[in-house]
Structure formats: C-alpha cells, structure tokens
Design a protein around this ligand. Structure first.
Ligand code: SAH
Ligand code: SF4
Length: 379
C-alpha cells in the first residue's frame, strides 16, 4: 500500500495514515500528483486556493470540487494540521507553541505581535547540529530536519489559532516570517526553500520575500543558493568581531571564518540599501560588549548594505553567560548609531515563557536508528 504512493512531503504522516499530506507540497508536486490520477492542472489551482487562501482543514470543505471527486481524493490525500502539544501566552502578547509531530518529536514556533506587524518565528530543524555556546537549542543534538510540510504546518497552525483566514485580509495578524527558531535553516535548505515558496505564493498565504528573513550562523556555501532560490532577506548571527571570539561563540566559524563569511555577504544576491543584510549580535557581559568591539563591528561590515541588531543575551536554565549591563549596551548602541545604523537594540519578547531568541529547546530525543530506517523505507 505504502509502496505505490508517490513520495510524500511528510513521510511520517503517510506512515501513520497511509495518506499523503497535501500541506507542504510545491505547486508543481501538487499538479503532478493530480495528473497521476487523471486530473487537469486547474484542479491544483482550486485545491491550492482552499488550502492556502481559505485555510481549509478537510478535503470535504472544498465545495468547488464535486462530492465524488472529494471522496476520491480523500482515499489518497489528507490536509494535515500539526498537533499543538502546548501553547503558552506571555504577558506581552507573545505566543509560543510546542508542536508534536507524528514520530513523537517536537519543535517550537513563536508569534510576536507588534504595533505595525506580527512576526512568526519558525523552526527549521528539531535541535541543531551546531553548538553555539550561548544558545539553548545548541545544547540539544540534532534530531532531524523538518520537512517542508512541517515548516509550512507551523505557519498554518499559527494562522488557525490567530483566526487569520482567509489569508489575504487587511490587518492580517501575521505579516512577517523569520526563520530564527530552532535549527540552522541552511543545513536544511531544500525543505526550507520549498516551504518558503509555498508561503510566498501569491494565490495563498502570500507573504512576500521582502517580509521573510532567514537567519544563519554562517553556512557560507549555502548562502548564495539561498539568495538565488528564495530571494528572502538574510540575517547573519555574527556575535563576534574576531575569529578568536567567534570560534568560541559560533563554532562553525572554525570552518567558515569571518573573512569568508563577509565575502559571502558581499556576494548575496539582491542586496542594496533597500534590502539590507541584518547582522545579529548577542550582547554578552565582558565578552564582546566593549566600545572597541563596537568600533570593530562597524569597521568589519563597512561597505555591506546592513542593519545591526543587538540582542541582549536571553538566559536559559544553566546558561554559561550573563547579559551585558544596560550601560554597556547603550554605549555599544551609541557607537553603532553614530556610524549610521538606526535603532539597533532588539527588545526581548516573551522571556517569561522562554520564547525569546535562543531560548527554544524541545525534549525530543535523538531519533532511534530503527525508527529512522522505517521512515526511510517508507519514503
Ligand atoms: N540557527 C540560526 C537561526 C536560529 S537562532 C542562527 O543561528 O542564525 C536566531 C538568533 O538568536 C541567532 O542570531 C542566534 O544567535 C540568537 N540567539 C541564540 N541564543 C540566544 C540567546 N540566548 N540570547 C539571545 N540571542 C540568542
Ligand atoms: Fe543552532 Fe542557531 Fe542556536 Fe547556533 S544559534 S546552536 S546555529 S540554533
């Protein structure tokens, strides 16, 4: 039964139900799947509209399809929704969801409402292979990559809770997406890019590439491909201005040191003054927060159309660092502002529910070898 089905976007869901999840399939995949059962291309357009514009959660809601067709489709496909294992709401309006996937693994997503926008911070992996020493996710080993369906699914679930359907409404609650949750998105670029294309599609969720930002710790070889394939805004987790300090804070620096990273930023497609690269810089007491560091930071990124985001360190249980004093952050910010970068300090959000930058971590255990083999043989 499983063997005759085409490749699923989410093997785990197909494993559990025998049905392929439509969420996360690219438009081309969807057209192909339907062509495989003799349906013309326009049906894919109709189904896409129901899925991503209307937010339908069941094939039976798709009333522009005749009932017998819906019944036929339901023998092969399903419209997946992620299971919300926990929802937490901060006093500042931030919401954090813990999603549980069919294989038992979990990942977190955060919604951050602001006056002029609503930002959804999405995860790309369960855990992370990298071990940045100030990041909670970095203490958890990589369990696995998320599928495109699971990445899109985080957005769908948030839009459900926020009652944000149909997608193209005025004052929509979610206006921006940041890939700044758990994981390193450039180590899962195939699935991330596929998900981004679904999220950007104009006849669906329609959040434009200008409102999507992908944050990387600096996976240099994938940066250009990311720009070329998705065109989204790039954020770099810089955090240190010398290789010596960055090697400690962001160990991938040993593989791709600062000079290579900054060259890749200079080459990032489509960067100009209207579309700048964001440099994220976590403020760690007595480690990287001196006025000399601030001046070095400004010198380092000279010539790159850039924004600077100073992130006060968000502590987590057992974290080895302290956040810089307010005075140190102010002095650092002043030097950065004098150099022409506006409002550089990022206000922590949702820290009472451990939803702020770098605080996400799930209890997922590394996928057992046996489970992984089952999933792979079903794919
Ligand atoms: N893996 C990607 C994206 C996720 S992290 C990356 O590293 O860029 C999103 C941002 O939060 C990164 O800039 C990360 O360095 C920062 N961050 C991680 N832990 C933090 C903490 N404890 N306090 C403040 N920022 C943190
Ligand atoms: Fe992974 Fe980013 Fe955390 Fe580093 S900062 S451990 S790359 S999630």
């Amino acid at each position: 039964m499983i063997a005759v089905l085409p490749q699923a976007s989410n093997p785990d869901i197909r494993l559990a139900t025998g049905l392929e999840d439509l969420i996360g399939l690219s438009r081309t995949d969807l057209i192909e799947r339907l062509a495989g059962i003799g349906l013309p291309k326009f049906r894919a357009g109709q189904i896409w509209h129901w899925l991503y514009h209307r937010g339908a959660t069941d094939l039976d809601e798709m009333t522009t399809l005749a009932k017998p067709l819906r019944t036929e489709l339901a023998t092969r496909f399903r419209v997946g929704r992620l299971e919300i294992a926990r929802e937490q709401r901060s006093v500042d309006g931030t919401i954090k969801w813990l999603f549980r996937f069919p294989d038992g693994n979990e990942a977190e997503t955060v919604f951050i409402p602001e006056d002029d926008r609503g930002t959804l911070c999405v995860s790309s992996q369960i855990g992370c292979t990298l071990t940045c020493s100030f990041c909670h996710t970095g203490t958890q080993r990589l369990v696995r990559n998320l599928t495109s369906g699971e990445i899109v699914g985080q957005v769908m679930a948030a839009l459900d809770v926020l009652e944000a359907w149909p997608a193209a409404q005025v004052n929509r609650p979610v206006t921006n997406i940041v890939l700044m949750g758990m994981g390193e998105p450039l180590y899962n670029l195939d699935n991330v890019a596929k998900a981004i294309h679904v999220i950007m599609d104009n006849e669906g969720i329609a959040i434009s590439k200008r409102r999507i930002t992908l944050s990387t710790s600096g996976v240099v070889p994938e940066m250009i491909r990311c720009g070329a394939e998705t065109g989204v805004n790039l954020a770099i987790s810089l955090h240190g201005v010398t290789d010596a300090i960055r090697d400690i804070l962001v160990p991938i620096n040993k593989k791709y040191p600062l000079a290579q990273l900054l060259q890749a930023c200079r080459n990032y497609p489509g960067t100009n003054n209207a579309r700048r690269i964001t440099f994220e810089y976590v403020m760690l007491k007595d480690l990287n927060d001196s006025p000399a560091d601030a001046r070095a930071l400004v010198r380092l990124i000279k010539g790159i159309p850039a924004k600077i985001n100073l992130i006060p360190f968000n502590p987590w249980p057992g974290s080895p660092y302290e956040c810089s004093d307010t005075a140190a952050i102010d002095a650092f910010a002043e030097i950065v502002m004098q150099a022409g970068y506006a409002s550089p300090v990022r206000r922590p959000r949702g820290s009472d529910i451990l939803a702020a930058c770098g605080q996400l971590k799930s209890d997922s255990q590394r996928l057992r070898k046996r489970n992984r083999e089952v999933a792979v043989s079903a794919a």
